[in-house]
Design a protein around this ligand. Structure first.
Ligand SMILES: *Cc1c(COP(=O)(O)O)cnc(C)c1O
Length: 369
């Protein structure tokens, strides 16, 4: 069977079932344990809860399936990003990061990696390739960028980074492995925040690192064990549960975004709108070549800060909240965190509300501005 996002989602639901014995639970048990029975010589079986954990392994099994690559679980997206960068960089290296991507990745570079002798260079997503990748040990890519929704050509960029002797790390949070497969497009490492759509219910933080390079994964695994930033079994189990419905939630969220984006764009109160699915969006052509869908994030610009706040706070089907990817539609002005956006720019995360009532509520709130 050729793997498509649909077959991957179907097989995911039966991965665990293939190896069950009579009487085993269909859902994986939550293993609460720091110590494991370990007589004699250690043989790779679980021995201590910081090194490995049966509940993580169940969740990593699903993530590895979705990424089609070995995957390691972390207690947050930043835990995953830190592990990928600390496991690959050393003093004297240069790291390239997007200047308009998720701000804590830059902050990790500025505040901590720079202090250890890593030179951190920033470039805007739109001109990310300008200047080439010569001399960078690691290039960190985010596409679509958060919150601007600009794209980077993954196949071209990852090939150029490799040719220049560097490693590519792609933050795939905004698309999830169902929407985009950077490893298939030549990336060395994928990192993601599973706090967003994979968790999807606004109740857990989680993240993962995936790579087909065994040496890199060994290093990331070793970082997790010695740094001690490990997920709890309860949260790992909740992510396992969420991943089983990711395809349904993700498909619904993307379909609704696709439907309401043009309606929002046509509304007189909306000054401009970014959505890769819209013909004419600067990301549209490239999105069709490397993304399975156009995602569930919409960037819209209203007149000013006050108007934007009013929309966010008066639409009954919008939670004014940071983060995205949950079943509840949510929105925020990214300028409040210092992102390089105008005061009236809103990042809208489309949830799983049926499209019609959601559009009716947004339209009414926009009309009342
Ligand atoms: C949220 C986010 C992160 C950080 O993830 P946490 O789970 O909050 O630590 C990293 N990258 C992107 C693109 C994000 O949106």
């Amino acid at each position: 069977m050729t793997e498509t996002p649909d077959t991957a989602a179907a097989r995911l639901l039966h991965l665990r079932g293939q190896s069950l014995a009579k009487g085993d639970p269909i859902s994986p048990p939550i293993t609460m344990a720091s110590m494991f029975h370990l007589p004699g010589t250690p043989d790779g079986s679980p021995f201590y809860g910081r090194a490995t954990q049966p509940t993580w392994q169940a969740t990593e099994h699903l993530l590895s399936h979705l990424e089609n690559a070995p995957s390691l679980l972390f207690p947050s997206g930043m835990g995953a990003i830190s592990a990928a960068l600390f496991a690959t960089l050393k003093a004297g290296d240069r790291l390239l990061v997007p200047s308009d991507g998720y701000y804590n990745t830059r902050r990790l570079g500025e505040r901590f990696l720079a202090r250890l002798g890593v030179e951190v260079v920033e470039r805007p997503t739109r001109s990310f390739g300008a200047g080439g990748f010569e001399g960078f040990a690691v290039v960190f890519i985010e596409t679509p960028s958060n919150p601007g929704l600009d794209l980077i050509n993954l196949a071209e960029t990852c090939a150029a980074i490799r040719a220049a002797g560097g490693l590519s790390v792609v933050d795939n949070t905004t698309m999830t492995p169902l929407g985009q497969r950077p490893l298939d497009l030549g990336a060395d490492i994928v990192v993601a925040s599973d706090t967003k759509a994979p968790g999807g219910h606004s109740d857990i933080l989680m993240g993962h690192v995936s790579s087909r390079d065994a040496t890199l994964m060994e290093s990331v695994n070793s970082w997790r064990t010695v740094a001690g930033g490990i997920p709890g079994p309860m949260e790992a189990w909740l992510l396992h549960r969420s991943l089983e419905t990711l395809h349904l939630r993700f498909a619904a969220m993307c379909a609704t975004a696709e439907e309401i984006a043009p309606k929002l764009a046509a509304h007189p109160a909306v000054q401009s709108l970014r959505y890769p699915g819209l013909p004419g969006d600067p990301s549209h052509t490239l999105a069709k070549t490397q993304m399975v869908t156009n995602g569930f994030l919409i960037g819209l610009t209203l007149k000013d800060e006050e108007t934007a706040e009013k929309l966010i706070n008066t639409c009954p089907f919008l939670r004014p909240a940071t983060s995205f990817g949950g079943i509840h539609s949510s929105a925020e002005r990214r300028a409040r965190w210092g992102d390089d956006t105008t005061g009236g720019f809103i990042r809208l995360s489309v949830g799983t509300e049926p499209a019609d009532p959601l559009w009716q509520a947004l339209d009414a709130a926009l009309n009342a501005l």
